[in-house]
Design a protein around this ligand. Structure first.
Ligand code: SF4
Length: 438
């Protein structure tokens, strides 16, 4: 942790707040990616960091009653930044906010953009959790995804990260890839687990509209909506326009389901506990920032497209890079200190500002909280909303219980998904959307 990080003596009195910082730049766009990411020149990246720091300084004074318990630097590819650039961003946060001494500070990274020097600088700047986007250990599959790195690049970076002092590392993996077999997937899991990272995220590939994959593979939504883990399988077996394209086909639905089903048992045997639908961790290493999001702890987003939840208001930063740079770097807007005018945030930078209704808060409480293995607490629901959960969701809960998709523990009043409920989580979670209020 940096010496300049401010730690307030009255830290326990303040309410927790997470911070998300979006770095939208990547070397090039992966073929399946619909995240807010783009290539950026050195000059654009330097301007973006300046803009980001001004946004942070401008917003911080409104949060003096808060303590920052987690910081998540996501992307994009944050590891495109130099050590100095990353240090400047974190120093700005430390100086502008009250940050807990033991705050979890995560940074996403991609192999092919990391070096031993950068890793040491990131660690020194205060990053204490490194998330590495591996996706697959098979070079052929990495190529099919349009990734810029090989398995060997990743290995080199992983060992360098350990050497730089990272004792909390996540590896991101993806199943149901074009041309991937069950054996390929199990090999990826085996090789990743062998490295003994503290955390593994295992998502299924989602074919998103607007990506090259969508053009080639089409919409994989199935007919009954009971796809696995947010990833519904192609039902007609044509894989969209793929047959004619010469690209490898997506795995058939039954193979994809097997990949999904075998992930948990395999990772369990290796000492990883599932704590969320797609996330596994060794004891004590669940991602605190993401658990906060699923539990609806407030968080504040910086950088283009970054979402926030503050006091039951959701809003996001504009997604247009040019406008963001123009607004944040406008000399007319700021003074010597680099803060921006008072009207700046509401008038220009934040959009989609929405005060959640009580109904929307309850819906979020259910469909975010039930993603966690421990589920949600009926008691916390009643304390938060002033109404027993049975009064709002009695009929739905009874039905899902009968279908053995959820379990309600009478002793601790926790409600959670069963293994079958996790398999069809899209369907179960959607059941908690209430009818529109009049
Ligand atoms: S590295 Fe990640 S954010 Fe960047 S293009 Fe690939 S999938 Fe998208």
């Amino acid at each position: 942790m940096s010496k300049k990080q401010s730690i307030c003596p009255a830290v326990v009195e303040k309410r927790p707040l997470g911070i998300y910082i979006h770095i939208p730049f990547c070397v090039r766009k992966c073929l399946y990616c619909d995240f807010l990411s783009m290539p950026g020149t050195n000059e654009t990246i330097a301007r973006y960091i300046k803009a980001l720091c001004r946004q942070i300084k401008t917003e911080a004074p409104a949060y003096t009653d808060r303590r920052i318990n987690t910081i998540f630097i996501g992307g994009g590819t944050p590891s495109l930044l130099s050590g100095e650039q990353l240090t400047e961003i974190l120093q700005t946060v430390f100086e502008a906010f009250t940050v807990d001494a033991d705050a979890e500070i995560t940074m996403e990274s991609n192999p092919g953009t990391l070096t031993a020097e950068k890793l040491c600088a990131y660690r020194k700047a205060g990053v204490n959790r490194l998330s590495m986007g591996l996706q697959s250990t098979e070079n052929q599959l990495l190529k099919a995804l349009g990734r810029i790195h090989t398995w060997e690049d990743f290995l080199e970076n992983f060992y360098a990260a350990r050497k730089a002092g990272f004792t909390n590392i996540n590896i991101d993996l993806m199943s149901a890839l074009p041309g991937q077999t069950l054996a390929d997937w199990m090999e990826t899991l085996r090789k990743a687990a062998e490295l003994s990272p503290e955390h593994i995220s295992a998502y299924s590939l989602i074919i998103e509209e607007g990506t090259p994959f969508y053009e080639w593979y089409g919409d994989r939504d199935d007919a009954d909506g009971l796809g696995t883990n947010g990833q519904d399988a192609d039902t007609d077996g044509t894989n969209g326009q793929l047959a004619a394209s010469g690209w490898p086909a997506l795995p058939p639905e039954d193979e994809e389901r097997q990949m999904y089903a075998q992930t948990e048992s395999f990772l369990n045997r290796k000492g990883y506990k599932r704590y969320e639908i797609s996330n596994y961790a060794k004891e004590g290493f669940a991602c605190r920032h993401n658990v906060g999001n699923w539990n609806r702890t407030d968080y504040l987003g910086f950088g283009i497209g970054a979402a926030s939840l503050v006091d039951n208001r959701r809003f996001r930063v504009i997604a247009d890079l040019e406008r963001y740079l123009e607004y944040c770097l406008s000399e007319a807007e700021g003074g010597e200190e680099g803060c921006l005018g008072e009207d700046f945030l509401v008038g220009k930078l934040h959009e989609e500002i929405h005060a959640l209704t009580a109904q929307e808060q309850m819906e979020e409480f259910m469909f975010l909280g039930l993603r966690l293995t421990e589920g949600i607490s009926a008691k916390v629901f009643a304390d938060t909303f002033g109404v027993p959960i049975e009064e709002v969701y009695g009929e739905v809960l009874q039905r899902l219980k009968k279908q053995e998709l959820i379990v309600w523990n009478d002793q601790n009043q926790q409600i959670s998904l069963t293994a079958r409920g996790v398999d069809v989580s899209n369907y179960v979670l959607a059941e908690f959307l209430l009818e529109e209020e009049e």
